[in-house]
Design a protein around this ligand. Structure first.
Ligand SMILES: [Zn+2]
Length: 351
């Protein structure tokens, strides 16, 4: 133990005039919900927790895989070997980095049934997700609850970021009215992604977050930022005139929250480019992994820890891998076919 005050670790940040001691106190009292803890999310969480944001809720549905390590800065090989969910693995690292921050890992798929509860007590919502469904849900909930959020996306060498302050700036649907069709846009799986793209976009997002939380709303960017680290371009698109779309924006002008209301979105999702399908199953109560493992061992190879269960099987010479979470959600690798995945799920995990 040293006799330095807890604030000393933030001295370089407090010396920056935009933050100061008053701004630091605000950060320490702030609460953030981070939606997604992959490439963007790990960089965001790293910055926030080091900066001393008081409470960080880390929500992610996935587990750590070897192909994540090239860019997902909080994870290492032991997380892969231990089959850890990203939210749990991130929480361990984040607490080592700054034990004074309350980190709450949530292993869950963000959907319209849980997003309000996940965001209600937050001062800021950060987008660390990799899909538009989650972003439109965040946009709905942020506008509904009047909370700021920061959008970010990165594919290949190109990334985008935009800060949304409900009532002051255009919302996501003012700028991008509908989600692009799957296949129209590249994904990290099909187009690849460079780690610097992710680091740069997430760093812009994190800076916007620090401005908002430290009481510097006036410093927030009002533009859509588009960067390309390979083509050496950096553009700022003026989006302010789109605010409300002349009263036609379904979200911020008409306040019909179509994604939150379930008019859009799905329960079973193809994980684009990954040859995998996520099947959501909302049975009451938690799955008993010990019992499930005993049943599955007759059909394939099973291993589990307290966070997830892995099950590998071959069916007619084709390999499939299930990753099952305690709430019954499963990611089934080896198919892009939703019907096939549902059949496999019903066959092995239960209907
Ligand atoms: Zn809008």
């Amino acid at each position: 133990m040293t006799d330095t005050t807890p604030l000393d670790r933030y001295s370089r940040q407090m010396r920056f005039p935009g933050i100061g001691k008053a701004g630091q106190q605000k950060l320490l009292a702030s609460r953030v919900t981070l939606c997604g803890c992959g490439a963007l999310g790990t960089v965001l969480a790293n910055v926030l927790v080091r900066a001393g944001v008081g409470f960080v809720r880390v929500v992610d549905r996935d587990f750590v895989e070897p192909s994540n390590l090239q860019r997902q800065v909080l994870f290492d090989e032991s997380d892969v070997a231990n089959n850890l969910p990203k939210a749990e693995a991130a929480a361990v690292k984040l607490r080592q980095i700054n034990s004074s921050v309350a980190v709450e890992p949530v292993v869950a798929d963000i959907d319209r049934t849980n997003i309000e509860d996940l965001c209600r007590d937050a001062d800021l919502i950060l987008d660390g997700s990799d899909n538009f469904e989650v972003r439109y849900l965040i946009n709905d909930v942020a506008v509904k609850l009047g909370k700021p959020w920061v959008y970010g996306g990165a594919v290949g060498s190109q990334g985008m970021s935009m800060t949304i302050i409900p009532g002051e700036t255009p919302c996501l649907r003012c700028v991008f009215e509908a989600a692009p069709n799957p296949g129209d846009v590249g994904t990290c799986e099909t187009a690849g992604v460079l780690a610097p793209t992710v680091n740069i976009v997430a760093s812009y997002q994190a800076t916007e977050g620090l401005k908002l939380l430290s009481g510097n709303k006036d410093a927030v960017s009002r533009d859509l930022l588009i960067v390309d680290v390979w083509e050496n371009t950096n553009r700022r698109v003026k989006v302010a005139p789109l605010k409300g779309r002349k009263g036609e924006c379904p979200c911020c002008a008409k306040r019909t929250f179509e994604w939150l209301g379930g008019a859009h979105g799905t329960q079973t999702t193809t994980l684009c480019g990954r040859n995998a399908v996520q099947v959501s199953h909302r049975a009451a109560g938690k799955l008993d992994f010990e019992q499930l493992a005993a049943t599955l061992r007759t059909s394939g190879v099973v291993s589990f820890n307290k966070f997830l269960l892995k099950f590998q099987l071959e069916e007619k010479g084709e390999p499939f891998e299930f990753t099952v979470f305690p709430d019954g959600r499963a990611i089934i690798k080896g198919t892009n076919d939703i019907a096939k995945a549902r059949t496999l799920y019903a066959q092995f995990v239960g209907s």
